[in-house]
Ligand binder design. Structure first.
Ligand code: G5P
Ligand code: MG
Length: 219
């Protein structure tokens, strides 16, 4: 495939597969705008907007937010960055969303992170966060110095409502039913690039070389 200056990319993978982690490395190494649907929804929830209120209950149950809310929010944002490279993280998540995106904007590549569910459960059921700063802990890999409290402020740590075991199960189940079929959608279009593994830092170099080969400007 010829290299280019503009790349329109999607990063997919089950909840907790490392989309946010790997996206942060992609935008560090390539000049792309990062649009994370989950981060955008959490920001709307924080501001108490209509979309935020509509999303809150679905998110805490681990269910998907309605397609029309998502399409409106993301496609409006994409219009703002027409002509620039972008990386969509967490959108599209259903075939309806992918169809709406195709009508609005073509994409060049879809990166899929194939991380086993067992690895994911260990990561997110043990993830604890300090709400004020966003500092993230893991009860086994990165525990706080004192159980249940933030190292710097001594304030209590909380678990994201959708990281609790019942929500994690719902998110993984919904991923299999509603999001996995999208892989076939993009495979048929010849755009899917799959990366399997259990550690983000091992997966990333392969993702980076794949994207570098598509870009003319290599980091
Ligand atoms: P989000 O916010 O898109 P999810 O469910 O896709 O949420 P999440 O939690 O954001 O997933 P991620 O971005 O795939 O995960 O992964 P991450 O945050 O980088 O990594 C997860 C954890 O593992 C982190 O603590 C990280 O530090 C750690 N980690 C990463 N790599 C490694 C590693 O190699 N080793 C170890 N040990 N740890 C690692 O969506 C939230 C909700 O918003 C709604 C839905 O309700 C969704 O559930 N939503 C939508 N609804 C409808 N349509 C859409 N398009 C929607 N988008 C969002
Ligand atoms: Mg994320």
């Amino acid at each position: 495939m010829a290299s280019r200056n503009l790349l329109r990319a999607i990063i997919m993978g089950p909840p907790g597969s490392g989309k946010g982690t790997i996206s942060s490395w992609i935008v560090r190494d390539f000049q792309m705008s990062h649009l994370s649907s989950g981060d955008m929804l959490r920001a709307q929830m924080g501001k108490g907007t209509g979309a935020g209120v509509a999303a809150k209950e679905a998110i805490s149950r681990g269910e998907l937010v309605a397609d029309d809310v998502m399409n409106e929010m993301i496609l409006a944002e994409l219009e703002e960055i027409t002509g620039k490279s972008f990386l969509l993280d967490g959108y599209p998540r259903t075939v309806h969303q992918a169809e709406a995106l195709s009508k609005a904007q073509p994409v060049d590549v879809v990166v899929n992170l194939a991380v086993p569910f067992k690895t994911i459960r260990e990561r997110i059921e043990n993830r604890w966060v300090h709400q004020g700063s966003g500092r993230v802990y893991h009860t086994v890999f990165n525990p706080p110095k004192n159980p249940g409290v933030d190292d710097e402020t001594g304030e209590p740590l909380i678990q994201r409502e959708d990281d609790k075991p019942h929500s994690v199960s719902a998110r993984l189940d919904i991923y299999q039913k509603q999001t996995e079929p999208l892989l076939e959608f993009y495979r048929k279009e010849g755009k899917l690039a799959e990366f399997a593994g259990t550690e983000s830092k091992v997966i990333y170099p392969e993702v980076k070389s794949h994207l570098a080969a598509l870009f003319s400007t290599v980091a």
